[in-house]
Design a protein around this ligand. Structure first.
Ligand code: ATP
Ligand code: MG
Length: 656
């Protein structure tokens, strides 16, 4: 096909053409592979295709009844007056009148059941040390620490910052804070003193829980000293106390009257603490988004609706059985760690695995050796890690027994079909369904995701879960036809939706609910195919407009990554006098490949073959790394700002 768009002098439609006014995104990728569930998967699944279809039908008829039934599976101190109060929309309140505490369901109630002596948590430190906790043991630790926090004057309604690496005490701290009715706010242990200070001030936190240090990539990272630095400039009423967990035995200055060793506090604490009775919409935590698209937003979640949504989606999507060993590689300081590393597994009485350190330490088989060592059955991870591990080839996974795996999961970014297929084939041996789950800090729970019995298409997040209604709109709020891309929206409230942006209700309304009244704007672009399958095309902020064509980043990047030389790619648009914008790609190469003119030419041709004439990549750069958030997401706005010599904006959440 002739590529007229690439010829100088050919009149081109401008960025204000019809398509843009319509807000439709061009669909470029034609991924046609499908994976049907195997007979063993179908016969073993908790939810059959028929039950899934019935649940969808029921939820389409009456989503409130669907979620009410889900709520009945949990224990409440008092039931709700109604399922949803929408009288003050968009400040929706789920289960008004109900009283509960998520910790009662995640921990307390298991002590009365056969789960009491089951493993709740297997933790492994980077040096190879390991600790395990039964539900009863975890319960005792949480009770003691809850009492310790109360003795420091922390109570219902307060905020507590948890600035911790992945340690058992991180989970204990989250649960203890929630148990006494305070709200936790986790901050990645890699964030700077300034980022920490901002979050302490933002949340007016009364207490900071931290560790002396931790192990990362073979080194000891000092943590307490960073907190000291952060506290030097916090507001007067903030951070009156600090609790420090012994982890790395590094030299630590303790300030009399402010700093307490965790071990000293719990040694003296009584082993039983009353669980605070909370209203369903009382805050459980606040958590900042990853900052991929700008200044992070402080998202607030409550006890009741959040626990209903997370409990149901975890058990359905991961098809949880009593014998499962679930490993979510995300740090607890990210929403994935909250909902599916901690609360989802514990609400379901499952066993969860937590790993402290770097995934490539001491060598590139750490993930696989961990799966082998504990017999992990479900591995939930992120595309960036999959792509990183893929760069090392098949040798490392082949060295390990991965036969215990039965399900794989992905979250956080669009997973390019090549990485999908590698993960499915090499790690899952072709018989573990790969569940690509779309959701956000704001949504609290999985929104669009397959179940193990679903037909899978690599690169598609498939369909919304029962009780969730999504659509793809053009700029004017009209659903776009199948095949065309547009803005991803959620058209009905869902139980674990955010309660607010912390201390900023205006930003909540403005960011999510103002573009289309009554409809939640996710901030991503997506398309539906003829089967109703959803393909995430990237961030709305990152859309390119090349010669009048609006193009999401994911398809260009997936096409690049489907070339054998490419490990990972990021694409941005840069202004161009003729075309409005042109694409520039930043490419990380696989081992054994070197940048060259020939390769650049080949990659450009490869993209054109894969995506057609619209997808012209003008320049390709080969940096050593891509700017990423701490949670591993590519931050295209940084590449763009650097390219254009502009201010790079908020970088507090970036990897260094
Ligand atoms: P910020 O809002 O500060 O820019 P963020 O959006 O990265 O940060 P999160 O809430 O952690 O913060 O991430 C949610 C986003 O991650 C989604 O909006 C989407 O862009 C992306 N995402 C999550 N899961 C998937 C998935 N399965 N496929 C594609 N993209 C995904
Ligand atoms: Mg976001």
């Amino acid at each position: 096909m002739q590529n007229s768009d690439d010829k100088p002098g050919v009149p081109l439609r401008s960025a204000t053409s019809n398509e843009e006014a319509q807000g439709a995104i061009d669909a470029l990728l034609h991924e046609e592979r499908v994976f049907r569930p195997l007979p063993e998967t179908l016969s073993r699944a908790n939810i059959s295709p028929h039950q899934l279809a019935e649940a969808r039908e029921q939820a389409d008829r009456d989503s409130l009844a669907y979620w009410e039934e889900a709520a009945e599976e949990l224990e409440w101190f008092a039931k709700w007056d109604s399922v949803l109060d929408d009288s003050n929309a968009p400040f929706y309140r789920w289960f008004p009148g109900a009283q509960c505490n998520i910790v009662h369901n995640a921990l307390d109630r298991h002590i009365e059941t056969a789960n009491k002596n089951k493993l709740a948590l297997i933790w492994e430190g980077e040096p190879g040390d390991s600790r395990t906790f039964t539900y009863y043991e975890l319960y005792r630790h949480v009770n003691k620490f809850a009492n310790a926090l109360r003795s420091l004057g922390i109570s219902r309604g307060d905020r507590v910052i948890v600035y911790m690496p992945p340690l058992p005490e991180t989970i204990i701290a989250m649960l203890a804070v929630a148990k006494i009715g305070a709200a936790h706010s986790l901050v990645f242990a890699g964030f700077s003193a300034k980022a920490l200070r901002d979050r302490i001030n933002d949340s007016q936190a009364k207490c900071v829980i931290t560790a002396d240090g931790f192990y990362r990539n073979g080194r000891v990272v000092h943590l307490k000293s960073t907190v000291d630095e952060a506290l030097a400039g916090v507001c007067e009423t903030c951070a009156e106390s600090m609790v420090v967990v012994h982890r790395a035995n590094v030299e630590t200055d303790m300030q009399e009257g402010r700093d307490y060793w965790y071990e000293d506090l719990v040694r003296q604490a009584r082993p039983y603490a009353e669980t605070e009775v909370m209203d369903a919409s009382d805050p459980l935590f606040l958590l900042h988004t990853s900052g991929a698209t700008g200044k992070p937003k402080g998202i607030v979640h409550g006890h009741g609706g959040y626990m209903v949504g997370v409990h149901r989606t975890f058990s359905w999507v991961f098809d949880i059985k009593p014998t499962d060993l679930f490993w979510c590689t995300a740090d607890p300081g990210w929403i994935t760690g909250h909902s599916y590393g901690v609360y989802g597994p514990l609400l379901n009485g499952a066993t969860t695995v937590l790993y402290e350190g770097h995934p490539l330490y001491p060598q590139a088989d750490r993930v696989w050796s961990t799966v082998e060592r504990y017999g992990v059955t479900i591995l939930y991870t992120v595309p960036t890690l999959i792509r990183m591990l893929m760069r090392f080839g098949d040798e490392y996974p082949r060295m390990r027994d991965l036969s215990t795996l039965r399900l794989l999961g992905s979250v956080g970014e669009p997973i390019n079909p090549e990485a999908w297929v590698w993960f499915h084939k090499v790690i899952g041996k072709g018989d573990c369904p790969l569940l690509d789950t779309w959701w956000q800090t704001e949504t609290g729970m999985f929104m669009i995701s397959p179940l193990p019995v679903s037909l899978l298409k690599p690169g598609s997040v498939t369909k919304p879960l029962p009780g969730v209604e999504v659509d793809v709109y053009d700029e004017n709020g009209h659903p776009v036809p199948p095949g065309k891309g547009g803005l991803l929206v959620v058209t009905k409230p869902w139980p674990s939706m955010m309660i607010d942006v912390y201390n900023d209700p205006e930003r909540y309304k403005e960011t999510y609910w103002s573009k289309f009244p009554g409809v939640y704007l996710a901030g991503d672009v997506a398309r539906k195919d003829e089967d109703g399958y959803i393909w995430i095309q990237g961030r709305a902020d990152d859309v390119l407009v090349i010669a009048g064509h609006r193009i999401g980043t994911a398809e260009l990047e997936s096409a690049l990554a489907s070339h054998k030389a490419v490990a990972e790619a990021a694409v941005i648009g840069i202004p161009d006098a003729i075309k409005g914008e042109v694409a520039k790609a930043f490419v990380l190469l696989n081992q054994d490949w070197e940048p060259s003119h020939q390769l650049t030419k080949e990659l450009k041709e490869h993209i054109r073959r894969e995506l057609g004439p619209v997808a012209v990549v003008k320049t390709i750069a080969y940096p050593d790394s891509l700017p990423k958030t701490r949670s591993g997401k590519i931050v295209r706005r940084i590449l763009k700002a650097q390219e254009l010599g502009q201010d790079v904006g908020d970088t507090s959440t970036l990897e260094h």
